[in-house]
Design a protein around this ligand. Sequence first.
Ligand code: PEP
Length: 249
Amino acid sequence: MRGYYIAGNWKMHKTRAEAAELAKALVEQLRDGKHKYLVAPSFTLLETVGPLLKGSNIVLGAQNMAAEEQGAHTGETSVLQLKDLGVGTVILGHSERRHVYKEDDALINKKVRLALKQGLDVILCIGELLEEREAGNAEAVCETQTVKGLEGVSAEDLSRVTLAYEPVWAIGTGKTATPEDADAIHGSVRAVIRRLYGESAAQRIIIQYGGSVKPDNAAQLMAKENIDGALVGGAALKADSFVPIAKFA
Ligand code: PEP
C-alpha cells in the first residue's frame, strides 16, 4: 500500500551551473523510475532547479525554513518565499539543524505546523546520537522526537508528512545502520504513529531511512518491511550514485 520515496539532500553543495547539470541528468535518468523522488538543493539554487524539474517525476524540496511566516528575521527564509519558488516539500528537523544549529523539538514542531498550514508537504527527520544508542535509548529518543515534532498535527495533515529516521552517527560517516537495526526503529516509530493516529495512518505513513545510503546497500535496506525509502546526502550529489539508489532493484 505504501510506495517507495527516495529523496536527495544536496546540503550546502553546488553552484547554479553544477545544480542545473545534476537536475537535468536526474530528470533524464529517472524518467522511467517507478518510485516517488525529491531533490532538496540550497535556497540559492531553487530558482535554477525548479523549472528544470517541471513536468518530471521529481519534486522540488527545500532543506529548512523559518518558523515565522515573514518579518524581521535576518538570514531566514520564509515558507511563503519557498512556495513562490515552487517548492512542494520541506525537510525539517535534519540532524544538522538539531545538533549544529541547536533547533529543539518545539521549534521544529512550529515549523512543521506552519509548513503544513501553508500547504507544503514535510519530511520530518528524527534520529539518535551515538551515545543515546549506546545507552539503549535510541527508540525512546525517536519516540520523543516523533511525538513532539507532530504535536498539533491533525490526522488529515499527517497524510502530507513523511518521516525520515536518520541515526546521527550514520550521517556522512560511511557507517550505515544494519537493515535489521533500522527496521526495528522504523517499526517502533510506526507503532508510535499507530498509537497517536490509528492503524490506517500507521500503515500509510512513509518512513525513509537516512545515513550513508549507497547504491550497494539501498536494496537490502529497502527490502525491510518498515523501510519505505531513503533520504540520501553524499550519494545524492552525483547522478551516478543517486540514480542506482533511486532505481534500486
Ligand atoms: C543526510 O544528510 O540526510 C544524510 C543521510 O547524509 P548521508 O547520506 O551523506 O549520510
